[in-house]
Design a protein around this ligand. Sequence first.
Ligand code: SF4
Ligand code: SF4
Length: 412
Amino acid sequence: MDRRQFIKDLVALAALAPVTRIAAKAGADGDKSSDITEGLQVTRRPFRNTAQTVPLLGFGCMRLPTLDGGKIDIETVRKMVERAMKAGCNYFDTAYMYHGGESERCMGEVLKAYPRDSFYLTDKMPVWFAKEADDIERIFKEQLERCQTEYFDFYLVHSLNKSNWELAQKYKAYEFLSRMKKEGKIRRLGFSFHDTPEVLKTIIQSHEWDFCQIQLNYLDWELYRSREQYEVAAEAGVPLVIMEPLRGGVLASLSPDATEILKKAAPDASAASWAFRFVGSLPNVMCILSGMTRPEHLEDNIKTFSPLKPLTDDERKVLDEALLAYRKKLAVPCTACRYCMPCPFGVQIPRIFGIYNQYKASGNRWQFNSHYNSLPKSGRADSCVGCRRCVQHCPQKIQIPEMLAKIAEEVK
Ligand code: SF4
Ligand code: SF4
């Protein structure tokens, strides 16, 4: 998307905002911070061209509050859900393995206090848990049972990358889930995604998907090729749910120099609010998930999303400046410009650096392994033969083979 189109979309979005807000309904939980946010209602966006609306802020259930010992603190979840519902934040996103299956059970228990048509419950099919096609049906039934529900409002094939997509095809996951949709057990069918824009294009064109979920934030916009993924979905007319808008919390607490730049521009705005507003400025975004672990996170988010104000051009410049300061602190200062490509030996240089930076920023080794292992063997760091042809093309002067050797060593 070029800059002119981006601005056009922002203007269209600004016009859309007032009509997509729903009527306010007061609520109180006695919490001081909620006094400030009392009566606020989060921005809603239409689902495609239908009358259905979805809150722009979605309640991610992957990092629920826990007690000492790691058990989910269900009473705090209950209060947070009550607060979220009052603010119109009624999209709850769980998955089979979140909190070892306890997230689904917890949300089933908490949400049964509300009329079934007053909230959206989203769940996901982990195809890598299946050993044969029948397991897809078994897992789906188990999820309905755990969540104490007759149907899911939104349902995704979970974490598709090249290899999980092959598994999904092998076990005919889409075919089974489409059948569930026809039977009314799924209302909207989509998939969540972690791979290249090229793989996304293949998957998105394979079926009639209702929506798609990708990782997107201002750091990954170029680094992780989120911009290209956004464009693939926008071109296909598939609305997006966004995960990792704060990149695992990294964008909620930037480096001191980057934080200083944001604070100078808006002393009262949290770093997280900048990140959410960046994502919310994109018109093809239907819902932004935030894994809220504490009630304060929810209150801060309600403030940011009621209503969500798209970034102005001046604010965008401030964010660019903060991003520049932050990126200087990254493990590899790769900008994903791809001037070093193609490597004659097939090494996927910017992709490797992107997922390595992501790992260093988030500390999430599981995610790193998953992304790294989805690369073809010839594309991995240990396939570099040290010919140094790439180095002369790198405007960041990165010593690419040495850095790849370091990463290959760490992968071991
Ligand atoms: S040094 Fe390594 S990454 Fe660079 S071109 Fe040669 S083989 Fe490819
Ligand atoms: S040329 Fe340098 S900055 Fe650009 S993608 Fe390659 S390694 Fe990254």
